[in-house]
Design a protein around this ligand. Structure first.
Ligand SMILES: [Zn+2]
Ligand SMILES: [Zn+2]
Length: 333
């Protein structure tokens, strides 16, 4: 099969991924093999390819927003049938018996493996995955259309939940990329008033089209104190500003796997029981809940589609902020 393989991390402007012919993987016991039809391109893929994240194995095939059909079940795999449409996301494996796995916090399992980082992902014609980490894709979504749900959507949904926002509450969103533009649709479905902090005129317009009551820059003061907020932009200087916009008891969730340093802050910004919480990965429960909700709303996602072999070009566009929507690679069958 053809796969886009990373052998040595470095600048994405040097075409780090090579299209190579590699053997089609065989599903082991408890695993399924997926004939991949689409794989989303996420910011985390940039961090992988450029080596910002520790890379537990090389070479590796990136990609963790994978949609395709089950094409072979391994021995003792019974959950899916051949032809079922499924998705694979970032969480690929957890140990199942540690403190975190047995207390609904499998996202923090120290032995967790991640798709497209610790194991080969979806920038390829086929991949294998433990069947318990594959999710049925609701009919409301096309293959490419479902890809952003699998990372931007699920992790964004976890961030929204961790912010503690209640239906009808006042929610701040900092940064308005792929994840925020899915999260705002959930928040509006819950009747929240949404305040969006973003630089670009285009993003402000999109935010108001999606139901934001106000938009401005992170330095601007919103007209009201916010009950909860989520930061999507991986820049630490926003943290003190966002804390300054929260009401007492408000929660600030940070949806970023990688963030620049947070400047020193005066204690008064967190006094009155304000809290800052980072968001790490997700649980299968988050994924199942979010996919159900996404289909019920239904969430609309705009996706720009490219051929698999253009993965390098798409990563460059992502780095230069030249994509107008989420990007997905299509793999023809
Ligand atoms: Zn565990
Ligand atoms: Zn991702």
């Amino acid at each position: 099969m053809i796969a886009m393989k990373l052998t040595e991390p470095g600048s994405v402007f040097e075409n780090r991924l090579a299209a190579e012919r590699v053997p089609v993987p065989e599903p082991a016991s408890g695993e399924i093999r997926i004939r991949v039809s689409a794989c989303g391109v996420c910011h985390t893929d940039l961090h992988t390819v450029e080596g910002d994240l520790d890379l537990p194995r090389l070479p590796v095939i990136p990609g963790h927003q994978v949609v395709g059909v089950v094409d072979k079940a391994g021995p003792s795999s019974t959950r899916f049938r051949s032809g079922d449409r499924v998705g694979v996301a970032w969480l690929y494996h957890t140990c199942g018996h540690c403190h975190y796995c047995t207390h609904s916090m499998e996202n923090l399992c120290p032995d967790a493996q991640f798709t497209g980082l610790s194991v080969d992902g979806g920038y390829a014609e086929y991949m294998v995955v433990p069947e318990r980490f594959a999710f049925p894709i609701p009919d409301a979504f096309s293959d490419t259309g479902a890809t952003p749900l699998l990372c931007a959507g699920i992790v964004g949904y976890r961030a929204l939940r961790l912010s503690g926002i209640q239906p009808g509450g006042r929610l701040g969103l900092y940064g308005f990329g792929a994840s925020a533009h899915l999260v705002i649709q959930v928040a509006r479905y819950w009747d929240c008033q949404v305040y969006v902090f973003t630089r670009g005129e285009h993003h402000r317009l999109l935010a108001s089209q999606l139901g934001a009551v106000w938009s401005g820059g992170a330095e601007d003061n919103p007209p009201v104190r916010l009950d909860a907020s989520v930061i999507f932009a991986p820049v630490g200087w926003i943290v003190p500003l966002a804390l300054g916009h929260l009401r007492p008891g408000g929660v600030l969730a940070i949806n970023a796997i990688h963030m620049s340093d947070i400047p020193e802050i005066p204690y008064r910004l967190i006094y009155e029981e304000r809290a800052v919480k980072s968001v790490a990965n997700f649980t299968r429960n988050d994924a199942t809940e979010f996919l159900r909700l996404a289909s019920e709303i239904p969430i609309r996602c705009e996706v720009e589609v490219f051929p698999l072999e253009e993965a390098n070009e798409v990563l460059m566009k992502l780095k230069k902020s030249e994509l107008r929507a989420s990007a997905a690679l299509r793999i023809p069958s």
